[in-house]
Structure formats: structure tokens, C-alpha cells
Design a protein around this ligand. Structure first.
Ligand SMILES: Cc1cc2nc3c(=O)[nH]c(=O)nc-3n(C[C@H](O)[C@H](O)[C@H](O)COP(=O)(O)O)c2cc1C
Length: 222
């Protein structure tokens, strides 16, 4: 059964971004996205939701030609890490909750909550997150960072740029080469730039294949 929908032009514009985003692996190496524009794209990406709004995702923007070359062998020689305007490494900050006072301070300044309420939120979230085991903090950081990455790719597309999410790189080598230490988890690399070759079309499983209604079937099937 198909449901025909009538979309407003605003909805159409958004759906076009969703439908036309593709992983692009061939970029014009001469295109430079000004840092000011990158900052705007990153700022919109940070509107992504996060655990308790603690915003555990971080960006490491790699736009120096030397560092892109350094990244190349770490990223299995995938040429897009050299040719894209910038590589945005999406990191998870296992200690992101340390910014709770800043986050709630902003909310007070914006008039979203009184100072007393903010204080109690700060102490509650700091207590909660600082008592979590490392694997849980890692999980939270990866989830927040992944949402940030997806939002980044859609914002980039809306702004006329292309991206590709990349998990095909050596995370240990990356962490060592870029000095991540123990605090930051490398989640994904997202090259951003202007395509010289469109990403190839891909298909998706139908909703019926990926959706369960109310109960999950036995896991012995396909
Ligand atoms: C976690 C993850 C890791 C990926 N790693 C790579 C990668 O290392 N190199 C690459 O070219 N594409 C990579 N991709 C892109 C996928 O191949 C691509 O998203 C998928 O084929 C669907 O195509 P589309 O993004 O054009 O819709 C990755 C995607 C995800 C979500």
C-alpha cells in the first residue's frame, strides 16, 4: 500500500537533502571551504540531540595538507582523505559531562531555566556521568558522536557540499597520530568537499524488512 503525500516546499527541500545525500569518494582537491563556512556547518550540526544534552561529540577538523597526507595510510589509502577540503574526525568525549556547568550556564543566560534549577541539574548530571563505568561512558560518547556525524552530513548536503562517513581507518593509529589520549574516542571520519564524481546510487531494504511492530521475531530466521 502506498500513501501519497503532499509536501510543502519546506518539506520538499528537506526531503531532497535526505534523498540526494550519497557517499562521495571523489573530490575536487582545489576547493577550499572557508573556515567561517565550516564553522557554520559545524554549528548547525551541533543542534543534534545528545544524552542529557551533555553533547559528548567533538570535531577534529583536519584541513592541513600535511596532516591529510599523514592520515592517508591510516585510512587505508582512501584518496578522499587527501582530496576533500577537510576531514572532520568525529570524536566522542568520554568526559563530555565536565562541560555541564557551561551547558546549563548557557541555558540560564538564555532564560530557559532559573539558576537554582541549573545548579541542581549540573550536580545531578555530574554525579551521574562521573560514576558510570568506562564502557558506558564510551557507549554514550559514541552514540552522541554518531548523531552529530549524521546531522553534519545532512547540513553539508543542504549547503551544497558532499561527504562520506568513514569507518575504514585504523583507530589506534589515528588516536596515536593525532594525540587523542584516553579521553577521546575516534568514531568516524567525515571528509567534506565538492564532488567531481557523484556517489554511486545505493538501495535500501524496504521498511517491511527493517521494521518490527510491537514484538521482535525469533532470531533464527534470515
Ligand atoms: C560506519 C560506516 C563506515 C563506513 N566506512 C566507509 C569507508 O571507510 N569508506 C567508504 O568509502 N565508505 C564508507 N562508508 C560509506 C558506506 O559505504 C555508505 O554509507 C553505504 O554504502 C550507503 O551509501 P550512501 O551513503 O551513498 O547512501 C561507511 C559508512 C558507515 C555508516
Amino acid at each position: 500500500m502506498s500513501v501519497s503525500a503532499v509536501y510543502s516546499s519546506q518539506e520538499q527541500a528537506f526531503l531532497t537533502v535526505i534523498r540526494e545525500r550519497r557517499s562521495v569518494r571523489t573530490y575536487d582537491p582545489n576547493v577550499v571551504i572557508p573556515r567561517e563556512e565550516l564553522r557554520e556547518i559545524l554549528s548547525l550540526a551541533t543542534r543534534a540531540p545528545s544524552s542529557s544534552n551533555m553533547q559528548h561529540g567533538r570535531f577534529l577538523v583536519i584541513d592541513s595538507p600535511e596532516l591529510k597526507q599523514k592520515l592517508l595510510p591510516i585510512a587505508n589509502n582512501q584518496q578522499q582523505v587527501v582530496d576533500a577540503s577537510a576531514i572532520i574526525a568525529i570524536l566522542g568525549d568520554k568526559e563530555g559531562y565536565r562541560k555541564a556547568d557551561k551547558i546549563y550556564g548557557q541555558a540560564v543566560e538564555a532564560g530557559f531555566m532559573p539558576e537554582d534549577t541549573a545548579k541542581s541539574y549540573i550536580s545531578r548530571s555530574t554525579d551521574l556521568y562521573s560514576s558510570l563505568p568506562e564502557d558506558k561512558l564510551r557507549e554514550v560518547a559514541i552514540i552522541d558522536a554518531s548523531l552529530l556525524a549524521m546531522q553534519l552530513m545532512l547540513v553539508a548536503k543542504a549547503k551544497g557540499y558532499d561527504t562520506v562517513p568513514m569507518g575504514g581507518y585504523d583507530r589506534e593509529q589515528f588516536a596515536a597520530a593525532f594525540g587523542l589520549g584516553d579521553r577521546y574516542v575516534p568514531v568516524m571520519l567525515v571528509p567534506i568537499g565538492k564532488a567531481t564524481k557523484a556517489g554511486h546510487p545505493t538501495t535500501r531494504l524496504p521498511v517491511s524488512e527493517v521494521t518490527f511492530w510491537n514484538e521482535v521475531p525469533s532470531s533464527t530466521g534470515e
